[in-house]
Ligand binder design. Structure first.
Ligand code: PMV
Length: 352
């Protein structure tokens, strides 16, 4: 007779407005970052865990060698160090995304945060501790960080800061914190139209990307730039200043790609369509449309806008972008409220 636990959570992806790029030992960020949590782009995960002499991740979607397992194992190991009960838990993971793989949406952020919530909830249940309070999410953010830095930000809705930053008292390199309390009402809910450009996705694994910063001659300046941009973007969010927010977010997106292109090996992750879309966005913004672009480490473009511009932005995409630029699809998303349970935690005794 063996005891088993089942926990299910869904967790969103996020898009960084100030980018985390480069890390220090212990999966700590070289610089603070600020992100917006998405609403529709989510991962839904169920973890079934039971006691075994040797714990670990047994399978993901039935596959013992699923490519996601190394990242989940890092989270499992971190939990085992801090919460010894984890060390004898073996997990079967079932997970699915609500968005296509090629969309350039950070599936590691949503997938790792969803898995972390499930495992942390199981551990809390075993230890008889509450799961779902503020401390639970803060701890989960720290655990998720070890699988993927950006995942630590997906534990919270709205706008999120990861990394020590003087303006936010409880900020830390170890975990992310919500900064919603300081966001002006005009900016609490923004649209994000993700323009997925045609062609094979150009990407480098983010772990390899972060490593490039260790030898980058601009690294010290980059850290200063990101710290300044964090301070300024928090101020823009506070003042409700969309123009300032736009300028910083675009500067960050282009800086990320400039850092990539000037790294060893010079990865170029733009595609011609990326630059075409950027040109159109800049022209439309110059003519009075409230929107800005941002990019992850890939060719797809996020167009961010206040929700009261949603109609005009959709019109702009339909009339200016789709007829002229090769686009695979457009995913309309917006600021989201963070993770939630998709089922109550269950525990049962089996004969296995
Ligand atoms: O969380 P990681 O290790 O996948 O790195 C994320 C890096 C960027 O997506 C490029 C920027 C960010 O802050 O999300």
């Amino acid at each position: 007779m063996k005891e088993r636990w089942i926990s299910s959570w869904q967790s969103p992806s996020n898009i960084a407005l100030v980018k985390y790029w480069g890390k220090k030992d212990g999966q700590l960020p070289a610089n603070p970052s600020v992100s917006m949590t998405l609403s529709r782009a989510r991962t839904i995960t169920t973890v079934e865990a039971g006691w075994q002499e040797q714990g670990g991740i047994l399978s993901v979607n039935g596959l013992p060698d699923h490519p996601f397992i190394p990242k989940l194992t890092r989270v499992w190991q971190r939990l085992s160090e801090e919460r010894p009960a984890t060390g004898k838990l073996s997990c079967r993971v079932v997970t699915e995304n609500t968005f296509p793989h090629s969309a350039g949406i950070a599936s590691s952020a949503s997938g790792i945060s969803a898995f972390t919530l499930c495992l942390a909830e199981i551990i809390c249940t075993i230890e008889g501790r509450p799961a779902g309070d503020d401390l639970f999410f803060r701890e989960a953010s720290g655990y998720a960080r070890t699988g993927s830095g950006s995942a630590s930000r997906s534990l919270f809705g709205g706008f999120v800061l990861w990394g020590k930053q003087g303006m936010v008292a409880d900020s830390s390199d170890e975990y992310s914190v919500s900064v919603n309390h300081l966001v002006h009402p005009a900016l609490v809910h923004l649209g994000d139209a993700i323009i997925v450009v045609t062609g094979s996705p150009k990407e480098i694994p983010s772990s390899a990307g972060h490593l490039l910063m260790n030898k980058h001659p601009w690294a010290p300046c980059r850290i200063l730039q990101a710290e300044r941009n964090c301070l300024d973007i928090l101020d823009a969010l506070k003042q409700g200043d969309f123009i300032k927010l736009s300028a910083i977010a675009e500067n960050e997106a282009l800086s990320l790609h400039a850092l990539l292109m000037s790294s060893e090996g010079g990865p170029v992750l733009f595609s011609p369509e990326t630059l075409q879309v950027i040109g159109k966005v800049r022209k439309a913004a110059g003519e009075g449309l409230n929107l800005f672009f941002t990019l992850d480490a890939g060719p797809n473009i996020h167009l961010v806008y206040p929700m009261d511009e949603a109609g005009r932005v959709k019109d702009f995409i339909t009339r200016e972008i789709l007829p002229e630029i090769e686009v695979e699809e457009v995913i309309y998303d917006s600021t989201g409220s963070g993770p939630s349970r998709t089922g109550e935690i269950a525990s049962n005794i089996t004969n296995e």
